[in-house]
Write a protein that binds this ligand. Structure first.
Ligand SMILES: NC(=O)C1=CN([C@@H]2O[C@H](COP(=O)(O)OP(=O)(O)OC[C@H]3O[C@@H](n4cnc5c(N)ncnc54)[C@H](O)[C@@H]3O)[C@@H](O)[C@H]2O)C=CC1
Ligand SMILES: O=C(O)C(=O)CO
Length: 326
């Protein structure tokens, strides 16, 4: 049995695959593969372990022989899951193991933005430290402020816990369904989307990218927020409208923004958001710790192994593949 892997993954996942007797073929080049290269490699394989590669209907139809597709991510917005399901291809992902690291990234962006840390670091490099000015470089405090969570799932909950523990922040949230455990544990309060926008001092985004969440944070949304609010997005860049975010910051509709995800990625180096004191941007590193990436590679490998054995894969995005088969 053979698996094609679209990037070099951590040793832990590779080892598991090798121990299971699975032959590995990896894409080692430092460029993304083309659709033709992806199809050619998959036609020689029984499974695909995909690191962020877009998997559209054309690809899936060309490679309908694949016994399993294991994603090296929890997000699956880059995959045509409906087509995969109709072709009976199970899709696996890596939930849970990356929640803490991604929440840490959201927390880092919140704190860095509140104190203009990235901008001030750059100003030292430019020789602009100057003299100690009691009225300059002022940030805002987070203690006792209100954290609004859009999407109180695994990562959102972890972020809420950190903010409550570190700064005693009050937690409000908007989710499709109520999270009663979080309401009890964190005294979190469910609000409508509009109320969330109006009441948050820091608004942090943790939903998947779906047709319902795409472009959700637009000019109208930013207009409802407090002029002192900080917007954080570590979910997907397409959930906010980047031009509207820039306009809202320039117009003082909100105070600051911290982004681990942009639209498009990578963000162009001359983007005006990168010049703003109250904006912090990271290059999609939410889950990028040694420990978390190793754990993700292990879950992805477990999905490949189960799929190749014909067993139900443990971390499954499209359970319908098994219900429709039986
Ligand atoms: N920056 C990074 O490196 C990373 C980004 N992510 C992103 O974070 C997302 C969330 O991950 P998890 O917390 O593990 O997922 P999750 O499924 O545990 O949580 C998402 C929550 O959003 C809610 N939700 C979905 N659509 C909604 C809507 N329209 N309105 C209100 N609530 C809605 C769901 O009910 C769920 O509670 C992923 O889908 C991925 O896109 C995940 C890991 C790393
Ligand atoms: O898992 C995801 O969805 C990511 O964005 C990267 O870990």
């Amino acid at each position: 049995m053979k698996v094609f892997i679209t990037r070099v993954i951590p040793e832990e996942g590779r080892k598991l695959l090798e121990e299971a007797g699975i032959e590995i073929q990896e894409w080692k080049e430092k460029r993304a593969l083309t659709q033709e290269e992806l199809i050619a490699n998959c036609l020689e394989s029984d499974a695909l372990l995909s690191v962020g590669t877009r998997l559209d209907a054309d690809f899936l139809q060309a490679c309908s022989h694949l016994k399993v597709i294991a994603l090296h991510s929890v997000g699956f917005d880059h995959v045509d899951v409906d087509t995969a399901t109709s072709l009976n291809i199970p899709i696996g992902n890596t939930p849970g193991v990356l929640s803490a690291a991604t929440a840490d990234t959201a927390f880092l962006l919140m704190l860095a933005t509140s104190r203009k840390a990235f901008y001030l670091h750059k100003s030292i490099e430019k020789g602009q430290w100057g003299f100690f000015d009691p009225t300059a470089n002022l940030g805002v405090e987070l203690r006792g402020k209100t954290l609004g969570v859009f999407g109180l799932g695994k990562i959102g909950l972890e972020m809420a816990r950190c903010c409550k523990a570190a700064f005693g922040m009050k937690i409000i949230y908007h989710n499709r369904t109520r999270n009663e455990a979080a309401e009890q544990a964190l005294n979190a309060k469910w609000l409508s989307f509009e109320e969330l926008l109006q009441q948050s001092d820091v608004l942090t985004v943790h939903t998947a990218l779906t047709p319902e969440t795409e472009g959700k944070f637009d000019w109208a949304a930013f207009n409802l927020m407090k002029p002192s609010a900080i917007f954080i997005n570590t979910a997907r860049g397409a959930i906010h409208q980047e031009e509207d975010l820039l306009k809202a910051l320039l117009a003082g509709k909100i105070w600051g923004a911290g982004l681990d995800v942009t639209n498009p990625e990578p963000m162009r180096p001359d983007h005006p958001l990168l010049q703003m004191p109250n904006v912090s941007v990271l290059p999609h590193i939410g889950s990028a710790t040694q420990e978390t990436r190793a754990a993700m590679s292990v879950l992805a490998a477990k999905n490949v192994i189960a799929g190749l054995k014909g067993a139900e894969i443990p971390f499954l995005v499209n359970p319908e593949v098994y219900t429709t088969k039986s």
